[in-house]
Write a protein that binds this ligand. Structure first.
Ligand SMILES: [Ca+2]
Length: 140
């Protein structure tokens, strides 16, 4: 009940500026980005949708399954080791409390992470310059 009230309030806030459809899971809103773009362009596109939106973060298997179910393809997530090799962080500064790697090797050329549909949404290190679709999230 409480979260659906929050959701309604946020929809009202968001719909004033953008017509993007947001879907709620627990205390966050999610939307699909448009087009296949590089990791940094995807992040910029999320932030343009809403000042509090960013590339998605994942904190549980429930959230992983929810997001994987929304998309039948590989999508960029906010996880990256752009700043320091092998020290992965979320772009929005969220706590790293959950990881589900499918493919991870020490690789200074691959610094961005995508959820891979071939691995049920588990994570794969990728070149940040690759073009993929993406999802944005707003934490309520
Ligand atoms: Ca790396």
């Amino acid at each position: 009940m409480k979260s659906s009230l929050l959701f309604t309030a946020f929809l009202a806030l968001i719909s004033g500026a953008h017509s993007t459809d947001w879907v709620q899971y627990e205390n966050s809103l999610y939307t699909a980005g448009s087009g296949n773009v590089t990791w940094s362009d995807a992040r910029a596109a999320c932030r343009k949708l809403h000042p509090r939106a960013d590339l998605i973060t994942i904190h549980s298997y429930g959230e992983l399954d929810f997001v994987a179910g929304m998309f039948g393809e590989d999508i960029w997530i906010g996880f990256n080791d752009i700043e320091t090799e092998d020290r992965y962080v979320w772009a929005n500064g969220a706590t790293v409390d959950f990881t589900v790697w499918a493919e991870r090797v020490d690789n200074t050329a691959k610094n961005c992470v995508h959820m891979d549909s071939g691995y049920s949404g588990a994570w794969v290190e990728d070149y940040c310059s690759n073009s993929l679709t993406f999802a944005c999230k707003i934490e309520l």
